[in-house]
Write a protein of this length. Structure first.
Length: 756
């Protein structure tokens, strides 16, 4: 939100109070507090009738510093995110001879200098990171007619758009020359956020606008630090777009809390950020295989489903999961969690028959209960649905006629909702697609008294957590998997998330990738998307290119809206393309599963933006058309009808995974690819564990394992292959010396290695 009118003036109707000086600094054990008057105090009389801002700096984790800014504190501490890793006592406070106070946590330090001008600075390993200078902390009052445009905040209809407030707190942090900003959730525009206004407010807006399903108030920069705002409601960002030398974030109300997180590398920043907000669960190996859907508004029954599954098997297209989208339930009854008896008269028998075909089953759900659902009256009577402040059930007709929303702040409502899912599990359902969760209104009263503005983005967290708990209870840790659309900070704990409703064009494919890379910079390790796009029907060329891209993602699903996505519906070459890339992915499962284990342990995304993998390479800084899949595979999807690709290879010798061609990096190159090919390059010095099977993702990775050893300098390379069933980790050591390669492992047998 922009409060100023150029450099010197405020916008009409805006009154600003800025932290003008550090009047006094109070050191504590591991923290310090600053009294910041909104004018410079020259004499005692200046302390009267004078608003004051109070800052408290502390350290909840090594290399993480918390900054809390308060104006009035009488309203109490409002709901923030669930900071699962926060602790006390990680800071050391020191005072120098000038009165400056420094809080140090690991390699990160924050120094507050007394007096005026306002001067708060952050250093990482002694190197300047960012700072808060004059007029950087502001308390803003907005008149009723203030000419402040909050921007397009979410869905405007039905009371689900962003709130307006008369008071805001804002912080600006300096941006250095050449400093670029990433993150802020799944955003479909340019990967670099400089010059953008970003509103953190979940909305169901597709993938081609400024709205996003997954909004995360966290960004990181190429200067070695990240910033996380602990506010689950509306956060407004101006990234070099109001004050071009600064990144600004503002929230409504009397308090603002944020964390500065030191890296210095992007992976280390994410490691510390996910230590604070939570790491993703480990996912089952079967989830990495190909998922096939009924699609959304298509007609289908068990015969149709069986024809799809048998058609995949007849064409040697390995399939791991079959997904039933919305119309597995009867129209107007969403959600009643009951199979439509007109098309699925024997759901238990059908699910058993699918299980006999060695398939897992996923079904679509959402947190809304349509008025015609038999469950609506029960939920309303028992107080399980969100209510308006007057006590009536909140309802509307968008999506499902007369629908209400389950109130997940009510523990009894959550258990009731979960009981419906447990019944489906007993029938044979393995996973749930948790759709929606973004259109959450403000004119409601929550069971636990939570503020509606704070709950708008957080609602999806409670929804997904309720479902994920059911899956873990039934199948145990490491076997639960969602296919979730909406999220906010901390949502990475409950994977997988998919990109939402895209178009079906090359441009749509590219914007989808930008969203996934932005989400990776926001702490999410696993991500998928609708292969072929969702809206409309792609032409065969788009479908085949998207198949290659989708199967070189962490998770892969064929899904659409009004048309089926079985490959033979497009052409016979689409069948071949699907076969080639599905089998390619399945052979890479020892490598991909290990990348997923690292994501679980360290928070490192499986799909990594080039700027994350090569933080010192300026050519990679803005690159959003390619990525690293795991640590060693570079993937550049084809976004053109004629198959041309312009890609960048960083320094080193790269090897084309499909052809074995060696290419020197440090330059751009243009290639042309047929549909059964795409640029997939292996990093210099890599050792890729490649499996012996290409018919399923959940096999014994050590049985027939091949270690492909790629050219690299002399020395040792270590890698690990983790058994997906037991979790047992098998280490390997590869030694290069004078052109000779040797491989050893104290725990494994039956494997081979080969030069690649």
């Amino acid at each position: 939100m922009k409060f100023t009118d150029g450099l010197w003036q405020l916008r009409p109707g805006v009154t600003a109070l800025y932290a003008a000086e550090a009047h006094d600094i109070w050191p504590e054990d591991g923290a310090f507090t600053v009294t910041a008057p909104t004018t410079v105090i020259h004499r005692r009389g200046d302390t009267l009738n004078r608003p004051v801002l109070t800052l408290r700096l502390s350290a909840p984790l090594p290399d993480v510093i918390r900054v809390r800014i308060d104006h009035h504190v009488g309203g109490g501490v409002e709901r923030g995110f669930d900071l699962v890793g926060a602790e006390d006592g990680h800071g050391v406070v020191e005072t120098d001879g000038t009165g400056a106070v420094t809080l140090t946590s690991g390699g990160l330090s924050a120094t507050m200098r007394p007096g005026a001008p306002w001067d708060l600075s952050f250093h990482g390993d002694g190197r300047p990171l960012t700072s808060s200078g004059a007029k950087s902390i502001g308390y803003f009052r907005l008149a009723a007619d203030a000419q402040v445009d909050p921007g397009p905040v979410g869905n405007a209809r039905g009371g689900t758009g962003g709130p307006r407030s008369s008071v805001h707190l804002a912080q600006q942090l300096a941006l250095g020359v050449g400093e670029v900003v990433y993150g802020l959730g799944e955003r479909f525009g340019p990967l670099v956020k400089n010059g953008q206004t970003v509103e953190i407010w979940n909305a169901d807006g597709g993938t081609s606008s400024e709205q996003a399903y997954k909004n995360v108030p966290f960004y990181l920069t190429n200067r070695g630090y990240g910033v996380f705002v602990n506010h689950p409601g509306h956060v407004s960002y101006e990234i070099g777009s109001e004050a071009v030398q600064r990144a600004q974030f503002s929230v409504a109300g009397e308090s603002l809390e944020y964390f500065v997180i030191h890296g210095p590398s992007p992976e280390r920043i994410l490691e510390r950020y996910t230590a604070l907000t939570g790491r993703p669960a480990r996912l089952p190996a079967w989830s990495y295989g190909l998922w096939l859907s009924t699609s959304f508004t298509t007609d289908y029954d068990e015969r149709t489903v069986t024809s799809f599954i048998d058609g995949m098997a007849e064409r040697d297209l390995p399939l791991s999961v079959f997904h039933f989208d919305c119309f597995w339930m009867r129209e107007f009854n969403w959600c009643d969690f009951a199979w439509d008896p007109r098309v699925f008269p024997d759901p238990e028998g059908m699910l058993a028959r699918l299980r006999a075909k060695d398939l897992r089953v996923c079904v679509w759900i959402n947190p809304y209960i349509g008025q015609r659902s038999p469950l609506f009256a029960e939920a309303a009577e028992r107080g399980f649905l969100l209510r308006r402040p007057d006590g009536s059930v909140w309802q509307w007709d968008l999506w499902q006629a007369g629908m209400g929303l389950v109130d997940f702040t009510n523990p009894d409502a959550t258990r009731w909702f979960q009981s419906k899912l447990r019944a489906l599990q007993d029938q044979g359902v393995d996973a749930f697609k948790t759709d929606f969760g973004e259109r959450i209104p403000l004119d409601v009263a929550y069971f636990d008294g939570s503020a509606p503005e704070r709950m708008h983005n957080l609602y999806t967290q409670l929804y997904n957590a309720a479902v994920f708990e059911v899956l873990e209870d039934k199948r145990g840790a490491g076997e639960a998997v969602l296919f979730a659309r909406s999220a906010t900070a901390g949502g990475q704990r409950m994977p997988v998330h998919w990109g939402g409703d895209t178009g079906s064009s090359y441009a749509s494919m590219a914007e989808t990738l930008r969203g996934g890379l932005s989400l990776a910079f926001s702490g999410f390790s696993f991500w998928s998307h609708d292969i072929g796009g969702f809206e409309g029907t792609p032409d065969p060329g788009v479908f085949k290119r998207w198949v290659a891209f989708g199967l070189m993602s962490s998770h892969s699903r064929l899904h659409g809206s009004s048309s089926y996505r079985v490959p033979w519906a497009f052409d016979e070459e689409a069948v071949e393309v699907t076969r080639v890339f599905t089998k390619l992915k399945l052979r890479l499962m020892p490598y991909l599963f290990q990348a997923g284990v690292r994501a679980h342990e360290r928070g490192t995304p499986v799909m990594r933006p080039m700027a994350m993998a090569f933080p010192g390479d300026r050519n990679a800084a803005h690159l959003d058309t390619q990525y690293m899949l795991g640590p060693d595979l570079l993937v550049a999807p084809v976004f053109t009808p004629d198959g041309t690709v312009e890609l960048y290879l960083p320094d080193g010798t790269w090897t084309n995974y499909l052809t074995g061609e060696r290419v020197e990096g440090g330059r751009w190159r243009t290639e042309t690819h047929g549909f059964t090919s795409m640029p997939i390059y292996v990093r210099e010095g890599a050792v890729l564990p490649v499996g012996a099977r290409d018919d399923r993702p959940d096999y014994d990775y050590l049985d027939g394992l091949t270690l492909r050893v790629y050219p690299g300098p002399d020395g040792e390379t270590t890698l690990t292959v983790t058994d997906h069933a037991s979790g047992a980790a098998t280490p390997f050591t590869v030694t290069r010396s004078g052109g000779e390669v040797s491989v050893s492992s104290p725990l494994a047998s039956g494997w081979t290695h080969q030069p690649a």
